[in-house]
Design a protein around this ligand. Structure first.
Ligand SMILES: NC(=O)C1=CN([C@@H]2O[C@H](COP(=O)(O)OP(=O)(O)OC[C@H]3O[C@@H](n4cnc5c(N)ncnc54)[C@H](O)[C@@H]3O)[C@@H](O)[C@H]2O)C=CC1
Ligand SMILES: Nc1nc(=O)c2c([nH]1)NC[C@@H]1CN(c3ccc(C(=O)N[C@@H](CCC(=O)O)C(=O)O)cc3)C=[N+]21
Length: 339
């Protein structure tokens, strides 16, 4: 009966809200790192597979780019000519950033990795080159220590989740930058090389206790007691499963790419924060709203905003024009907010 209904306490936060805030920051930062005469930045995006998810993601990215003053140049190429096309874009001054949609060779991850390494470091907008990945796993935040003027690029989907957690104030700004998740326990369901594993590492590097769950089992990512380690360590949790980690978790993040997978609502802690990044709904919508304090049903729009943020960062990281002082250079890079 309507008169007896208890108002829902769960707050649903849409990706659009978080994305809009980030896009406003991106616009401001672009204005401070690049003169208006430089023209619109260009992102070259290579589509060499027939994955409908990638095609749809490309369409959304194009729309967001164009609405926010960026050129989005979608280049459909066949697998055989992809390498040469990427090399040409590396050498083309009119291209500011390069994105390649994965997976390409479904049964050959090594070949996808080879293409990831073909993208020039200075144009690697998704942070998937070895130097960027190495820095992320090792909790190294700059490309040019000790000057520390050029921030290392982080992978878009993991960084989008970090930005969502900042927006939700799960990151505690009372704590020092780099330790702001200390005290939080987070479960990440998915340990793929492009999404789940880097995400678990990033969150643990920021101080969280992270349970990384995949079909092969559970791993604990942590900086240890008192977060005294400078970067995360990984430990296997033999015999553990969702039943062990969900009841412990303040935050549950899920990215399982199947229709039928649902995070078991009854195991989730009352008042947990639940975030879905899969293109399928990993949480049971009505039930989760009875349990979670905050529910974020999707994050794709935040990922695209982060893609543009990374593109502006690549531009800021470029060698400074003749005559720019080191102080100006530092100011250019500090135009970015934390992270
Ligand atoms: N929101 C966004 O910005 C983005 C969303 N996606 C979406 O995220 C999802 C995941 O993408 P990828 O990581 O690239 O996929 P992937 O197929 O490379 O990896 C999925 C991982 O989940 C694991 N997994 C499958 N079933 C599981 C289960 N029941 N429990 C635990 N782990 C399980 C797999 O073993 C695998 O490690 C897809 O739906 C994709 O479309 C991908 C990129 C960006
Ligand atoms: N180099 C590379 N980077 C990628 O980031 C990448 C890729 N390759 N290959 C393809 C996958 C797929 N992908 C998605 C992004 C957003 C949503 C997404 O936005 N989903 C909607 C929900 C869609 C719906 O409403 O059904 C949302 O979160 O709002 C989905 C899937 C990125 N991918």
């Amino acid at each position: 009966m309507a008169s007896q209904e208890v108002p829902k306490t769960c707050k649903v936060i849409l990706a659009d809200t978080i994305a809009k805030k980030l896009l406003a920051e991106v616009k401001e930062t672009l204005a401070s790192v690049q003169s208006p005469e430089a023209g619109k930045p260009t992102l070259a995006a290579f589509l060499a597979n027939d994955d409908p998810a990638a095609g749809q993601y490309a369409d959304w990215s194009k729309k967001t780019c164009e609405e926010n003053g960026f050129n989005f140049d979608l280049r459909k190429v066949d697998k055989e000519s992809l390498e040469e096309a990427v090399v040409a874009a590396n050498e083309d001054d009119a291209v500011d950033g390069i994105l390649v949609y994965y997976p390409i060779w479904r049964n050959n991850q090594q070949q996808d990795r080879y293409i990831q390494e073909t993208v020039a470091l200075s144009k690697d907008v998704e942070g998937l080159c070895h130097t960027h990945l190495f820095n992320m796993y090792h909790n190294v935040r700059f490309l040019d220590p000790p000057a520390n003027t050029k921030k290392s690029i982080l992978p878009c989907t993991p960084l989008a989740i970090v930005k969502a957690l900042e927006h939700l104030q799960i990151y505690n700004p009372i704590l020092a930058y780099g330790n702001r998740l200390f005290g939080k326990t987070i479960t990440v369901i998915n340990r793929s090389e492009v999404n789940g594993r880097p995400l678990a590492a990033l969150l643990a590097n920021d101080g969280a206790t992270v349970y990384s769950v995949d079909i092969t089992g559970v791993q604990l990512f942590t900086r240890g007691s008192g977060i005294r380690a400078p970067r995360h360590q990984v430990h296997d949790k033999e015999g553990w499963g969702l039943k062990d980690v969900l009841p412990l978790s303040d935050v549950v993040i899920s990215g399982v790419p199947t229709e039928d997978f649902k995070v078991p609502t009854d195991l989730i802690r009352d008042g947990a924060v639940c975030i879905n990044f899969s293109s399928y709904r990993n949480f049971d919508g009505p039930a989760i709203k009875e349990k979670a304090s905050i529910y974020v049903p999707s994050t794709g729009k935040v990922t695209i905003a982060v893609l543009l943020r990374n593109l502006v960062r690549l531009i800021a990281n470029r060698p400074r024009p003749e005559g720019t002082s080191e102080a100006t250079e530092k100011a250019r890079n500090e135009a970015f907010k934390d992270g």
